[in-house]
Design a binder for this molecule. Structure first.
Ligand code: GRF
Length: 201
């Protein structure tokens, strides 16, 4: 049984997709052990509470620096024996120390085909650039932002009448498929990290 810890800051739609997949058994041998938010009013945190999940709010403003904040998060994760950390719209950069504690056990989703358009507002970056295809990437987290080994990607075509918003909506639909799929692969022990590459076995 793998224990999943979710970190989020907002809406939480990717978290919902993961939760649904756990409930449906599309992700097997897993349970959501805790949902942690740095925002008290995050919709994702409210949903987790409604679902009867264990939730924790940790305010980053209460900590002097990034690492002391991360130490608090890691304490909460370890006290529940979390195996896999899923960043699901967690709007904070995590410290190298945190990454080390969970080497190859932290996953993130980013709304572009990395390495294109890292950072904030990736859907708008892609739209403004004028690419014909974009998408989403699920990847392991390393010490650099939006950089770690790629697990899965899904492609979304940019249409002539798209706005940045309509494009973001279609990317989000694909995120909700890709993220649970990647988590299922992890929970089935089917991912092997070899340098920059992830083998699916
Ligand atoms: C998603 O677009 C995700 O790719 C990015 O942050 C957004 C989170 O959305 N990392 P939600 O909170 O999961 O709805």
């Amino acid at each position: 049984m793998k224990k999943i810890g979710i970190l989020l800051s907002g809406r939480g739609s990717n978290f919902r997709a993961i939760k649904k997949a756990v409930d449906n058994d599309d992700i097997k041998n897993a349970e959501i052990a805790v949902v942690i938010s740095n925002k008290e009013d995050a919709a994702g945190l409210a949903f987790a509470k409604e679902q009867g999940l264990d939730t924790v709010f940790i305010n980053h403003q209460d900590f002097a620096d990034r690492e002391s904040y991360d130490r608090e998060i890691v304490k909460e994760l370890n006290s529940r024996n979390v195996d896999l950390v899923c960043l699901a719209g967690f709007m904070r950069i995590i410290s190298p120390w945190f990454v080390e504690q969970f080497e190859n056990r932290i996953i993130n989703i980013h709304p572009s085909l990395l390495p294109s358009f890292p950072g904030l507002d990736a859907q708008r970056q892609a739209f403004d650039y004028g690419v014909r295809f974009t998408g989403c990437t699920v990847h392991f987290v390393d010490a650099k932002m939006d950089n770690g080994p790629v697990i899965l990607q899904r492609v979304v075509e940019v249409k002539g009448d798209d706005t940045a918003e309509s494009l973001a909506e279609r990317i989000l639909e694909q995120e909700h498929k890709a993220y649970p799929e990647a988590v299922a692969l992890f929970c089935d022990d089917r991912l092997r990290v070899d340098g920059r590459k992830v083998k699916i076995i």
